[in-house]
Ligand binder design. Structure first.
Ligand SMILES: *Cc1c(COP(=O)(O)O)cnc(C)c1O
Length: 366
């Protein structure tokens, strides 16, 4: 029976990528070394690094005036690194604007409060993270250092299906987006953003690598308290090798980028993601046995939280799923219920198998 892993992150990787990594584990392309054993400054690793950067740039259409940084610390470290790099563009203490749409926004807000004056420009009126406040209701500051959004709330299952235009109201403030869990899942125009960032372990590769895509003019303003290894200028000037980068994670990410190109790139995988999400949501919507809470216009294509109407059946549901090799479906503890994460590397067959199981379980217990 095929195993399908619905984990939210670290998450499923394309089987082909893992097979290639296994085949190259002891000897990367005749070098006699594992990628893990190579100097990050040696010619072999530089080939791996440069190809990964080039492929990511091509996949997302990253313009020439943006830098791609391969960092460490995950999105949570970046939640501090961003204010430390951007607040210095304004008189201190700088104001930064946040749109609060879920658990990851909340964490970003708490971290930024250490370095800036945080203004929450919008949050759901009922305090429940099941929607994105209408753009017209946002109360943006006149001159914030930046405006922060989380483009996909991994825990709550809320995703932006529009790009908020904030520049006119904010004296040209750059839009900063935490794209940890939907980067490369859909076509974006990088030029709409000042900074895009995310941990790799959702839709790119192994944990340990953090991707930052930042517009040139936003580099070089770090506060003096910013650790050197987190100063975007030092990182950019040293091709992400100011300190040792997470070499093996970059290698695997590079293999994922090549795999994604073979699938037809981001536009093609977006169509596949739309089809997978539709299959699952259509079934859940048509059933009285399962329920979802997120408003339809902002449902995530990547993370689908759902609930059994009778929560007393949760353990039986998860046990049956495990028997069918449908893994890691338990919802985040703060939300409860179930969550199916269906990232790029989840094939449609996995979603079909999940829907078949949902039906079977409903028939038996409904
Ligand atoms: C997983 C996740 C994070 C946390 O990332 P770390 O790599 O654990 O720091 C932050 N934001 C979003 C949207 C996430 O999905």
């Amino acid at each position: 029976m095929t195993v399908y892993n619905f984990a939210a992150g670290p998450a499923v990787l394309p089987k082909e990528v893992l097979q290639q990594a296994a085949a190259e584990m002891l000897d990367w392309q005749g070098s006699g070394m594992s990628v893990m054993e190579m100097s990050h400054r040696g010619k072999e690793f530089l080939l791996i690094y440069e190809a990964a950067e080039r492929d990511l740039r091509e996949l997302l259409g990253v313009p020439a005036n943006y830098r791609i940084l391969f960092m460490q610390g995950g999105a949570l470290a970046e939640n501090a690194i961003i204010p430390m790099n951007l607040a210095g563009r304004k008189a201190q203490p700088a104001t930064v604007d946040f749109i609060n749409t879920g658990s990851w926004s909340v964490k970003s807000i708490k971290e930024a409060q250490k370095y800036c004056t945080v203004h929450v420009a919008a949050a759901p009126a009922d305090g429940k993270f099941t929607t994105i406040p209408a753009r017209a209701s946002w109360k943006l500051s006149p001159d914030p250092a930046y405006v922060h959004i989380c483009s996909n709330e991994t825990i709550d299952g809320v995703e932006y299906h529009f790009v908020p235009d904030v520049a006119a109201e904010t004296n040209g403030a750059p839009l900063v987006a935490d794209m940890s869990s939907n980067i490369l899942s859909r076509v974006i125009d990088v030029a709409d953003y000042g900074v895009i960032y995310g941990g790799a372990q959702k839709n790119i590769g192994p944990a340990g690598l953090t991707i930052v895509i930042v517009r040139d003019d936003l580099i070089g303003h770090a506060l003096s308290v910013c650790p050197s290894a987190f100063d975007w200028k030092l990182v950019a000037d040293n091709q992400s090798m100011y300190n040792t980068p997470p070499t093996y994670s970059i290698y695997i990410a590079g293999l994922v980028f090549q795999w994604l190109k073979r699938q037809g790139g981001v536009a093609a995988i977006e169509q596949a993601n739309i089809a997978k999400a539709k299959l699952l949501y259509d079934y859940l919507d048509g059933s009285g046995f399962y329920i979802t809470h997120v408003e339809k216009e902002c449902r995530s294509r990547m993370n689908v939280p759902f609930f059994l109407r009778d929560e007393a059946l949760n353990d039986a549901f998860l046990a049956g799923a495990k028997e069918r090799k449908l893994l890691q479906l338990k919802g985040h503890k703060s939300v409860g219920g179930m969550r199916a994460s269906i990232y790029n590397a989840m094939p449609i067959e996995g979603v079909q198998a999940l829907v078949a199981y949902l039906k079977e379980f409903e028939r038996k217990h409904g």
